[in-house]
Structures are given as structure tokens and as C-alpha cells.
Design a protein around this ligand. Structure first.
Ligand SMILES: [Zn+2]
Length: 223
């Protein structure tokens, strides 16, 4: 697995470690408060496909589910508990993104929209982007009814069981959407960790409902 848990309880993508100007991580329930409050931007997350370009901490009052920036020193952060956290890096343009993506985000094509928006804002070429998909609910635990499953027909055209109660693999869905948006498969790292299965490490909304906390993931271009 290309992800490693550090001594703060934060998962990092090992393939990104050689990028000297980059800092990133996927928080767990062990790492509360690991991201600094000061120089950071976050959003009021609403399971949308709204993407916000962050140029300073003020964006935390905006609604949306993806933050992009090329501002040095500024963390962009998102919170999850089963939804998948996705981080992006453009090594060439020195730009980053943090995305909160559950099945609604998949349905809306949020990851692909983020790729396009990075192109518009920073001149990022999709083929240059690296993406890392952090811990989220796995196919083992993401049971859905037909009304949800049918919404993912475009992503899983080969499946004949979407008209009944079944399970969905959001990580695989994201991988396919990223590939379709032009991101190289080899450029996508996947944690493959299920938040609902590991109560010791992860918060999970499906498991703990209203009692579930949130885990923070973030990324920034170092100053
Ligand atoms: Zn599971």
C-alpha cells in the first residue's frame, strides 16, 4: 500500500514524499487538530459540485466541496467521515486541491470537474495531475438501495445489479472518473482503507451516526 501512517496518526501518500515543496495528509481519529487553524481555508460542505478557489482563509465561509489553490503557505482542508477525501497535485504548476466526495459527489462528477477547473485557473494539464484517494467507506460497507445505485449507472455500465439493493465501490468510481478526465491511472494513489471497518482509526457516519466525528485532510504548497 502506498500510504503510510505517520507518528501523528496522519496517512501520507509515499509517492508524494519526494515533492519537496508539498505538504499533505489524510487525518484519522488519532490526529485531531493536526492542521493549523491559522493559514488554512475550508468550506461549509454541502455534498455539491461547487469548487472554490482559495486565495486566503476567508473562503471558510463559502459553501462547496472542493478547494483549489496555488497560494504558497495556505492549507486547503476538507472533513470526512465515510465520504472520500481526494487530494490533487500539479507538480508543474505548483497547484493543489482538496475534495470531499461521497456518492453525491460521484454522481455530480466533482473529481472530474476539479480537474477541469484546475486547468482553467492554473493551466494544469490533466495528464500532469497526481491524485490521492484517502480512507473512506469501502465497498464492503457501502450498501445502497436501487435509488442510489441507479445513479451510478454511467460509472458502472457493466453492472446489471444496480436496480436492487447492492454495494458500491466509490474508490473505483473515482478512479474511473479521473481517468476519463485525463488523469493517468498511474498518477492515482488509492488508500484502499474502509472507514467503517476500522473503528480504532476512523470516524464513520454509517457506523456511529450523529456521534461520528470528522477527520481532517489537507494539502498545501510550502512557503
Ligand atoms: Zn468496510
Amino acid at each position: 500500500m502506498p500510504f503510510r501512517l505517520d507518528d501523528r496518526g496522519v496517512y501520507r501518500c509515499e509517492e508524494w514524499e519526494p515533492i519537496g515543496w508539498l505538504e499533505h495528509g489524510f487525518g484519522t481519529r488519532l490526529s485531531e487538530g493536526w492542521l493549523p487553524e491559522g493559514e488554512s481555508a475550508d468550506l461549509k460542505q454541502i455534498h455539491s459540485d461547487l469548487i472554490v478557489r482559495a486565495d486566503g482563509p476567508a473562503s471558510r465561509f463559502c459553501e462547496g466541496d472542493a478547494l483549489i489553490t496555488d497560494r504558497q503557505g495556505l492549507w486547503v482542508r476538507i472533513r470526512t467521515a465515510d465520504c472520500l477525501p481526494v487530494l490533487f497535485v500539479d507538480e508543474r504548476r505548483r497547484a493543489v486541491a482538496a475534495v470531499h466526495c461521497g456518492w453525491r459527489g460521484v454522481r455530480l462528477g466533482l473529481a472530474a470537474a476539479t480537474v477541469r477547473r484546475m486547468g482553467e485557473e492554473f493551466g494544469s494539464a490533466a495528464g500532469d495531475l497526481l491524485a490521492a484517494i484517502g480512507p473512506g467507506i469501502g465497498e464492503c460497507c457501502f450498501e445502497v438501495g436501487p435509488e442510489v445505485a441507479m445513479e451510478s449507472r454511467a460509472v458502472f455500465p457493466e453492472r446489471a445489479d444496480l436496480d436492487r439493493k447492492t454495494t458500491l465501490d466509490l474508490e473505483e468510481a473515482l478512479l474511473r472518473q479521473l481517468e476519463q478526465a485525463g488523469v493517468a491511472r498511474a498518477g492515482v494513489s488509492r488508500a484502499g482503507l474502509c472507514t467503517r471497518c476500522d473503528a480504532g482509526l476512523f470516524h464513520s457516519f454509517r457506523r456511529d451516526r450523529e456521534l461520528a466525528g470528522r477527520m481532517e485532510s489537507g494539502i498545501r504548497v510550502r512557503r
